[in-house]
Ligand binder design. Structure first.
Ligand code: URA
Length: 205
C-alpha cells in the first residue's frame, strides 16, 4: 500500500481542533469538512480527464471534464466525508458498507453492504479512523474482485498498526491527515481524537 500523509498547515490546524476534547460538535464538523476537503483534493489530483471546450461570455476556451469516481463510506463515521465527496462530484455513484465493533472484544465486523458498478471505476473508501484495519481488510476484499481501476482510502487519522495490516494490498493508496503511533486496549487510536462517529454525530454519552 502507498501512504500519502497530508502535510498541509491548514490541515494540521484542523487536526488539532479535531483532537482537542473541548471542541464542540460544530467545530468538529467544520474541521472535518475542511480537512476532508484537503484530503479529497489531494486524492483526486490525478483523476483522468477529457478535453471539454466551452465558450466564456468573451471567447472560446479550452477546459476539461473529470469522470466522477465511486465513493464507499464505511458506516457510520464515513458519512462525515460523503457530504464533501458529493460537493466535489455531485453525480458520483455511492456504495455503502456497514461495520460495527464489538464493545467487549473490539473486533469489527460488517453487517451491511451494497455496491454500485465497480468494474473499471476509480473507487474511494471513506473511513475517517483507520485503527486495526479489520473493517477495511474485509471491505477491500469485497471490492477488489469487482475489478476497480484504482482503489484508495481517505482517512483523517491512521494508526501505524492498521497501516501495517493493509500493507500487503500493493495497488491501494491511503490518504491520511496523520499517522499515530499506537492503539489502546480498546483499539482506539492514541493520541487520536476519540470516537469519531460519536463526536461527529453527537452520540457520545
Ligand atoms: N474508531 C474511532 O472512532 N476512533 C478510534 O480511535 C478508532 C476507531
Amino acid at each position: 500500500m502507498q501512504v500519502v500523509e497530508l502535510n498541509h498547515v491548514v490541515g494540521l490546524h484542523c487536526l488539532t481542533q479535531l483532537r482537542d476534547k473541548n471542541t464542540s460538535i460544530t467545530g468538529f464538523r467544520r474541521n472535518t469538512y475542511v480537512l476532508g476537503s484537503l484530503l479529497l483534493g489531494e486524492a483526486t489530483r490525478k483523476l483522468e480527464w477529457e478535453k471539454h471546450d466551452i465558450e466564456t461570455p468573451l471567447a472560446k476556451c479550452e477546459g476539461i471534464v473529470v469522470k466522477a469516481p465511486v465513493f464507499i463510506p464505511i458506516l457510520r463515521a464515513g458519512l462525515s466525508l460523503l457530504d464533501i465527496a458529493l460537493k466535489f462530484f455531485p453525480d458520483a455513484k455511492i456504495g455503502m458498507v456497514g461495520a460495527q465493533r464489538d464493545e467487549k472484544t473490539a473486533e469489527s465486523s460488517t453487517y451491511y453492504q451494497k455496491l454500485p458498478e465497480i468494474k473499471g471505476q476509480h473507487v474511494f473508501i471513506l473511513e475517517p479512523m483507520l485503527a486495526t484495519g479489520g473493517t477495511l481488510v474485509s471491505s477491500i476484499q469485497e471490492i477488489l474482485p469487482h475489478q476497480p481501476k484504482s482503489l484508495a482510502i481517505i482517512s483523517i487519522v491512521a494508526a501505524q498498526q492498521g497501516i501495517e495490516h493493509l500493507s500487503s494490498f500493493e495497488d491501494i493508496t491511503l490518504y491520511t491527515g496523520a499517522i499515530d503511533a499506537s492503539l489502546n486496549q480498546q483499539k482506539y487510536i492514541v493520541p487520536g481524537l476519540g470516537d469519531f462517529g460519536d463526536r461527529w454525530l453527537g452520540t457520545q454519552q
